[in-house]
Write a protein that binds this ligand. Structure first.
Ligand SMILES: O=C(O)CCC(=O)C(=O)O
Length: 354
Protein backbone atom coordinates (compact mmCIF):
# COMPACT_ATOMS: atom_id res chain seq x y z
CA UNK A 1 0.00 0.00 0.00
CA UNK A 2 1.24 3.49 -0.84
CA UNK A 3 0.79 6.44 1.47
CA UNK A 4 1.01 9.67 -0.44
CA UNK A 5 3.23 12.28 1.14
CA UNK A 6 0.81 14.90 -0.20
CA UNK A 7 -2.53 14.48 1.61
CA UNK A 8 -5.63 13.87 -0.51
CA UNK A 9 -7.56 17.03 -1.49
CA UNK A 10 -10.17 18.14 1.05
CA UNK A 11 -13.05 17.33 -1.25
CA UNK A 12 -12.18 13.64 -0.86
CA UNK A 13 -13.01 13.73 2.86
CA UNK A 14 -16.45 12.60 3.87
CA UNK A 15 -18.69 14.83 5.90
CA UNK A 16 -21.65 14.02 8.09
CA UNK A 17 -24.63 14.63 5.87
CA UNK A 18 -27.42 13.21 7.95
CA UNK A 19 -27.21 13.52 11.68
CA UNK A 20 -30.05 11.62 13.25
CA UNK A 21 -30.21 13.30 16.64
CA UNK A 22 -30.96 11.30 19.68
CA UNK A 23 -34.16 12.65 21.11
CA UNK A 24 -33.72 12.33 24.84
CA UNK A 25 -31.12 12.15 27.55
CA UNK A 26 -28.72 14.39 25.63
CA UNK A 27 -28.94 17.28 27.98
CA UNK A 28 -25.35 18.17 28.76
CA UNK A 29 -22.99 20.88 27.51
CA UNK A 30 -22.97 21.85 23.91
CA UNK A 31 -19.69 20.82 22.36
CA UNK A 32 -18.08 22.78 19.55
CA UNK A 33 -19.55 20.63 16.79
CA UNK A 34 -23.03 21.80 17.83
CA UNK A 35 -23.89 18.28 18.89
CA UNK A 36 -24.84 17.40 22.42
CA UNK A 37 -22.97 15.18 24.80
CA UNK A 38 -24.90 12.07 25.61
CA UNK A 39 -25.32 11.62 29.35
CA UNK A 40 -26.48 8.02 29.11
CA UNK A 41 -23.10 6.31 28.57
CA UNK A 42 -22.79 3.66 31.31
CA UNK A 43 -20.07 4.54 33.82
CA UNK A 44 -18.84 1.46 35.64
CA UNK A 45 -16.83 1.58 38.82
CA UNK A 46 -14.66 -1.54 38.69
CA UNK A 47 -14.10 -1.46 42.45
CA UNK A 48 -17.80 -2.03 43.16
CA UNK A 49 -19.29 -5.52 43.64
CA UNK A 50 -22.14 -4.83 41.21
CA UNK A 51 -19.74 -4.05 38.35
CA UNK A 52 -20.09 -7.49 36.72
CA UNK A 53 -23.86 -7.13 36.37
CA UNK A 54 -23.57 -3.56 35.08
CA UNK A 55 -20.88 -4.57 32.57
CA UNK A 56 -23.12 -7.25 31.07
CA UNK A 57 -26.01 -4.78 30.84
CA UNK A 58 -23.80 -2.17 29.15
CA UNK A 59 -22.51 -4.71 26.59
CA UNK A 60 -26.07 -5.77 25.77
CA UNK A 61 -27.51 -2.27 25.59
CA UNK A 62 -24.67 -0.20 24.08
CA UNK A 63 -21.60 -2.36 23.41
CA UNK A 64 -19.82 0.60 24.95
CA UNK A 65 -19.11 1.96 28.41
CA UNK A 66 -16.67 3.97 30.50
CA UNK A 67 -14.69 2.45 33.37
CA UNK A 68 -13.46 4.26 36.47
CA UNK A 69 -11.27 2.94 39.30
CA UNK A 70 -9.54 0.98 36.56
CA UNK A 71 -6.14 0.61 38.23
CA UNK A 72 -4.03 1.95 35.33
CA UNK A 73 -1.54 4.50 36.73
CA UNK A 74 -2.27 8.02 35.45
CA UNK A 75 1.45 8.42 34.85
CA UNK A 76 1.37 5.71 32.13
CA UNK A 77 -1.32 7.62 30.26
CA UNK A 78 0.25 11.06 30.51
CA UNK A 79 3.74 9.84 29.57
CA UNK A 80 2.44 8.10 26.49
CA UNK A 81 0.31 11.07 25.52
CA UNK A 82 3.34 13.32 25.75
CA UNK A 83 5.42 10.90 23.61
CA UNK A 84 2.59 10.78 21.06
CA UNK A 85 2.38 14.58 20.93
CA UNK A 86 6.17 14.78 20.41
CA UNK A 87 5.99 12.25 17.59
CA UNK A 88 3.07 13.90 15.79
CA UNK A 89 4.78 17.31 16.11
CA UNK A 90 7.78 16.13 14.07
CA UNK A 91 8.20 17.38 10.50
CA UNK A 92 6.18 15.33 8.03
CA UNK A 93 9.31 13.91 6.41
CA UNK A 94 10.50 12.54 9.79
CA UNK A 95 7.15 10.91 10.61
CA UNK A 96 7.06 9.27 7.21
CA UNK A 97 10.23 7.38 8.07
CA UNK A 98 7.93 5.24 10.25
CA UNK A 99 5.60 4.60 7.28
CA UNK A 100 3.93 3.67 5.07
CA UNK A 101 1.48 1.54 7.07
CA UNK A 102 1.70 -1.99 5.67
CA UNK A 103 -0.57 -2.20 7.75
CA UNK A 104 1.78 -1.32 10.66
CA UNK A 105 3.60 1.99 10.80
CA UNK A 106 2.78 5.67 10.32
CA UNK A 107 -0.19 6.63 8.16
CA UNK A 108 -1.61 9.98 7.16
CA UNK A 109 -5.20 10.62 6.06
CA UNK A 110 -5.58 7.23 4.38
CA UNK A 111 -7.09 4.50 6.56
CA UNK A 112 -6.70 0.94 5.29
CA UNK A 113 -6.09 -0.12 1.69
CA UNK A 114 -9.59 0.42 0.27
CA UNK A 115 -9.99 4.15 -0.19
CA UNK A 116 -11.12 5.32 3.27
CA UNK A 117 -9.76 8.72 4.22
CA UNK A 118 -10.08 10.80 7.38
CA UNK A 119 -8.74 13.92 9.05
CA UNK A 120 -6.21 11.88 10.97
CA UNK A 121 -2.64 10.69 11.22
CA UNK A 122 -1.72 7.59 13.18
CA UNK A 123 0.88 5.08 14.23
CA UNK A 124 -0.28 1.46 14.19
CA UNK A 125 1.79 -1.13 16.05
CA UNK A 126 1.59 -4.79 16.98
CA UNK A 127 0.94 -4.96 20.72
CA UNK A 128 3.88 -7.34 21.06
CA UNK A 129 6.62 -4.77 20.50
CA UNK A 130 9.24 -7.51 20.04
CA UNK A 131 7.70 -8.27 16.68
CA UNK A 132 7.33 -4.63 15.58
CA UNK A 133 9.49 -3.76 12.61
CA UNK A 134 12.35 -1.38 13.59
CA UNK A 135 11.06 0.86 10.76
CA UNK A 136 8.13 1.83 13.01
CA UNK A 137 10.59 3.32 15.48
CA UNK A 138 12.56 5.12 12.78
CA UNK A 139 11.22 8.50 13.75
CA UNK A 140 12.35 8.07 17.38
CA UNK A 141 16.05 8.26 16.63
CA UNK A 142 16.66 10.44 19.68
CA UNK A 143 15.44 7.80 22.06
CA UNK A 144 13.58 4.85 20.54
CA UNK A 145 14.15 2.75 23.68
CA UNK A 146 12.39 5.28 25.88
CA UNK A 147 9.38 5.37 23.52
CA UNK A 148 9.36 1.57 23.42
CA UNK A 149 9.32 1.29 27.23
CA UNK A 150 6.56 3.90 27.62
CA UNK A 151 4.39 2.07 25.05
CA UNK A 152 5.18 -1.29 26.64
CA UNK A 153 4.19 -0.17 30.15
CA UNK A 154 0.98 1.30 28.82
CA UNK A 155 0.03 -1.75 26.75
CA UNK A 156 0.71 -4.18 29.63
CA UNK A 157 -1.44 -2.15 32.02
CA UNK A 158 -4.27 -1.75 29.53
CA UNK A 159 -4.17 -5.44 28.55
CA UNK A 160 -4.57 -6.30 32.25
CA UNK A 161 -7.52 -3.94 32.42
CA UNK A 162 -9.10 -5.55 29.33
CA UNK A 163 -8.60 -9.01 30.90
CA UNK A 164 -10.13 -7.88 34.22
CA UNK A 165 -13.17 -6.55 32.37
CA UNK A 166 -13.49 -9.78 30.33
CA UNK A 167 -13.27 -11.88 33.51
CA UNK A 168 -15.93 -9.77 35.21
CA UNK A 169 -18.08 -10.24 32.11
CA UNK A 170 -17.66 -14.02 32.36
CA UNK A 171 -18.71 -13.77 36.04
CA UNK A 172 -21.68 -11.59 35.10
CA UNK A 173 -22.71 -14.11 32.43
CA UNK A 174 -22.24 -16.91 35.00
CA UNK A 175 -19.92 -18.93 32.76
CA UNK A 176 -16.80 -20.91 33.57
CA UNK A 177 -13.86 -20.76 33.37
CA UNK A 178 -13.75 -17.05 34.06
CA UNK A 179 -10.79 -16.64 31.70
CA UNK A 180 -12.78 -17.98 28.74
CA UNK A 181 -12.44 -14.60 26.95
CA UNK A 182 -9.33 -13.18 28.62
CA UNK A 183 -7.12 -16.19 27.81
CA UNK A 184 -7.33 -15.16 24.14
CA UNK A 185 -5.64 -11.83 24.91
CA UNK A 186 -3.14 -13.48 27.25
CA UNK A 187 -2.13 -16.09 24.68
CA UNK A 188 1.45 -15.55 23.45
CA UNK A 189 0.10 -15.56 19.92
CA UNK A 190 -2.72 -13.12 20.60
CA UNK A 191 -3.17 -10.93 17.54
CA UNK A 192 -3.69 -7.67 19.44
CA UNK A 193 -2.75 -4.28 18.04
CA UNK A 194 -2.20 -0.81 19.37
CA UNK A 195 -2.91 2.49 17.72
CA UNK A 196 -2.01 6.11 18.43
CA UNK A 197 -4.30 8.55 16.61
CA UNK A 198 -3.86 12.28 16.14
CA UNK A 199 -6.65 14.44 14.76
CA UNK A 200 -5.24 17.92 14.06
CA UNK A 201 -7.69 20.81 14.48
CA UNK A 202 -9.74 20.95 11.33
CA UNK A 203 -10.22 24.31 9.61
CA UNK A 204 -13.46 23.27 7.97
CA UNK A 205 -15.76 23.29 10.98
CA UNK A 206 -18.98 23.87 9.14
CA UNK A 207 -18.41 20.78 7.04
CA UNK A 208 -18.42 18.32 9.96
CA UNK A 209 -15.40 16.55 8.51
CA UNK A 210 -14.88 12.89 9.32
CA UNK A 211 -11.79 12.18 11.42
CA UNK A 212 -12.30 8.41 11.49
CA UNK A 213 -15.24 6.99 9.55
CA UNK A 214 -17.94 4.88 11.14
CA UNK A 215 -17.02 1.27 11.80
CA UNK A 216 -17.09 -1.52 14.34
CA UNK A 217 -13.88 -3.01 15.71
CA UNK A 218 -13.33 -6.58 14.49
CA UNK A 219 -11.45 -7.82 17.59
CA UNK A 220 -12.83 -8.95 20.97
CA UNK A 221 -12.53 -5.75 22.97
CA UNK A 222 -11.02 -2.28 22.51
CA UNK A 223 -9.78 -0.02 25.28
CA UNK A 224 -9.65 3.65 24.36
CA UNK A 225 -8.16 6.59 26.17
CA UNK A 226 -8.08 10.10 24.73
CA UNK A 227 -7.09 13.58 25.80
CA UNK A 228 -9.88 15.92 26.85
CA UNK A 229 -10.95 16.63 23.31
CA UNK A 230 -14.37 15.95 21.76
CA UNK A 231 -15.08 14.02 18.59
CA UNK A 232 -15.93 10.43 19.47
CA UNK A 233 -19.49 9.41 18.68
CA UNK A 234 -21.30 6.10 19.03
CA UNK A 235 -24.41 4.81 17.32
CA UNK A 236 -27.26 3.69 19.58
CA UNK A 237 -29.67 0.82 18.94
CA UNK A 238 -32.06 3.18 17.11
CA UNK A 239 -29.13 4.12 14.79
CA UNK A 240 -28.95 7.70 16.12
CA UNK A 241 -25.46 9.11 16.75
CA UNK A 242 -24.49 10.62 20.08
CA UNK A 243 -21.33 12.40 21.21
CA UNK A 244 -19.30 10.84 24.00
CA UNK A 245 -18.20 13.35 26.68
CA UNK A 246 -14.39 13.15 26.78
CA UNK A 247 -12.69 12.08 30.01
CA UNK A 248 -8.92 11.81 30.03
CA UNK A 249 -8.83 10.01 33.38
CA UNK A 250 -11.00 7.09 32.37
CA UNK A 251 -11.14 4.42 29.69
CA UNK A 252 -13.86 3.79 27.14
CA UNK A 253 -14.43 0.18 26.20
CA UNK A 254 -15.95 -1.13 22.96
CA UNK A 255 -17.36 -4.58 22.37
CA UNK A 256 -15.81 -5.87 19.12
CA UNK A 257 -17.30 -8.11 16.42
CA UNK A 258 -15.62 -11.25 17.81
CA UNK A 259 -17.19 -10.80 21.25
CA UNK A 260 -20.57 -10.27 19.59
CA UNK A 261 -20.14 -13.64 17.85
CA UNK A 262 -18.85 -15.43 20.97
CA UNK A 263 -22.00 -14.30 22.81
CA UNK A 264 -24.19 -15.22 19.81
CA UNK A 265 -25.29 -11.62 19.37
CA UNK A 266 -26.12 -11.01 23.04
CA UNK A 267 -23.40 -8.34 23.25
CA UNK A 268 -23.40 -5.66 20.55
CA UNK A 269 -20.32 -4.60 18.66
CA UNK A 270 -20.65 -0.82 18.77
CA UNK A 271 -20.55 1.33 15.61
CA UNK A 272 -18.49 4.44 16.28
CA UNK A 273 -16.71 7.30 14.49
CA UNK A 274 -14.75 10.46 15.16
CA UNK A 275 -15.71 13.93 13.93
CA UNK A 276 -12.85 16.38 13.46
CA UNK A 277 -12.67 19.17 16.00
CA UNK A 278 -12.15 22.75 14.84
CA UNK A 279 -10.20 23.99 17.84
CA UNK A 280 -8.31 21.28 19.68
CA UNK A 281 -6.16 18.36 18.61
CA UNK A 282 -7.50 15.00 19.63
CA UNK A 283 -4.98 12.36 20.66
CA UNK A 284 -6.31 8.87 21.32
CA UNK A 285 -4.63 5.57 22.14
CA UNK A 286 -6.44 2.33 21.58
CA UNK A 287 -5.56 -1.22 22.50
CA UNK A 288 -7.45 -3.73 20.36
CA UNK A 289 -7.47 -7.09 22.15
CA UNK A 290 -7.63 -9.85 19.55
CA UNK A 291 -7.39 -13.66 19.61
CA UNK A 292 -4.63 -15.78 18.02
CA UNK A 293 -4.96 -16.14 14.24
CA UNK A 294 -5.81 -19.85 14.48
CA UNK A 295 -8.67 -19.30 16.97
CA UNK A 296 -12.11 -20.44 15.88
CA UNK A 297 -14.58 -17.67 16.63
CA UNK A 298 -17.98 -19.13 17.52
CA UNK A 299 -20.67 -18.74 20.17
CA UNK A 300 -19.66 -20.30 23.49
CA UNK A 301 -21.72 -23.45 24.10
CA UNK A 302 -22.09 -22.39 27.76
CA UNK A 303 -24.01 -19.32 26.61
CA UNK A 304 -26.40 -21.11 24.30
CA UNK A 305 -29.86 -22.01 25.50
CA UNK A 306 -31.13 -25.49 24.68
CA UNK A 307 -31.88 -25.69 20.97
CA UNK A 308 -30.39 -22.26 20.28
CA UNK A 309 -28.59 -22.07 16.95
CA UNK A 310 -25.50 -20.07 16.16
CA UNK A 311 -26.33 -16.89 14.24
CA UNK A 312 -22.96 -17.12 12.48
CA UNK A 313 -21.12 -19.38 10.06
CA UNK A 314 -17.88 -20.85 11.38
CA UNK A 315 -14.68 -18.88 10.87
CA UNK A 316 -11.24 -18.42 12.34
CA UNK A 317 -9.88 -15.05 13.37
CA UNK A 318 -7.46 -15.26 10.44
CA UNK A 319 -10.36 -15.72 7.99
CA UNK A 320 -12.29 -12.85 9.53
CA UNK A 321 -9.30 -10.55 9.43
CA UNK A 322 -8.65 -11.31 5.77
CA UNK A 323 -12.25 -10.60 4.91
CA UNK A 324 -12.29 -7.37 6.98
CA UNK A 325 -9.12 -6.19 5.29
CA UNK A 326 -10.88 -6.32 1.91
CA UNK A 327 -13.81 -4.23 3.12
CA UNK A 328 -14.45 -0.50 3.53
CA UNK A 329 -14.61 0.90 7.07
CA UNK A 330 -18.38 1.37 7.12
CA UNK A 331 -19.22 -2.07 5.71
CA UNK A 332 -21.11 -4.52 7.86
CA UNK A 333 -18.19 -6.95 8.01
CA UNK A 334 -20.04 -9.54 10.04
CA UNK A 335 -22.73 -9.60 7.34
CA UNK A 336 -20.73 -12.15 5.31
CA UNK A 337 -20.69 -14.50 8.26
CA UNK A 338 -24.30 -14.23 9.36
CA UNK A 339 -26.41 -17.34 8.79
CA UNK A 340 -29.68 -15.49 8.61
CA UNK A 341 -30.14 -12.24 6.69
CA UNK A 342 -31.19 -9.51 9.15
CA UNK A 343 -34.76 -8.32 8.67
CA UNK A 344 -34.81 -4.85 7.08
CA UNK A 345 -35.02 -1.90 9.47
CA UNK A 346 -37.55 0.85 8.81
CA UNK A 347 -34.62 3.01 7.60
CA UNK A 348 -33.75 0.33 4.98
CA UNK A 349 -37.34 0.26 3.78
CA UNK A 350 -37.41 4.06 3.40
CA UNK A 351 -34.03 4.00 1.56
CA UNK A 352 -35.28 1.35 -0.85
CA UNK A 353 -38.15 3.63 -1.86
CA UNK A 354 -35.78 6.25 -3.33
O1 LIG B 1 -9.68 8.04 17.97
C1 LIG B 1 -10.70 7.63 18.50
O2 LIG B 1 -11.19 8.17 19.46
C2 LIG B 1 -11.37 6.38 17.96
C3 LIG B 1 -10.56 5.76 16.87
C4 LIG B 1 -11.06 4.44 16.38
O3 LIG B 1 -12.23 4.16 16.40
C5 LIG B 1 -10.07 3.47 15.88
O4 LIG B 1 -8.86 3.77 15.85
O5 LIG B 1 -10.52 2.34 15.51
Amino acid sequence: MVVLSKPPPLKQFSTIKTFKQHTHNNNNNNNNNNNYYFSGIPVIDLSKPDSKTLLVKACEEFGFFKVINHGVPMEFMTKLESEAVNFFSLPQSEKEKAGPPDPFGYGNKRIGPNGDVGWIEYLLLRSNLDSVSPRCFNAFKENPEFFRSVVNNYISAVRNLACDVLELLADGLKIQPRNVFSKLLEDEESDSVFRLNHYPPCPELSRNLIGFGEHTDPQIISVLRSNNSTGLQISLKDESWVSVPPDQNSFFINVGDSLQVMTNGRFKSVRHRVIANSVKSRVSMIYFGGPPLRERIAPLPSLMAEGEESLYKEFTWCEYKKSAYKSRLADNRLGHFEKFAPSPTSADVVKSLF
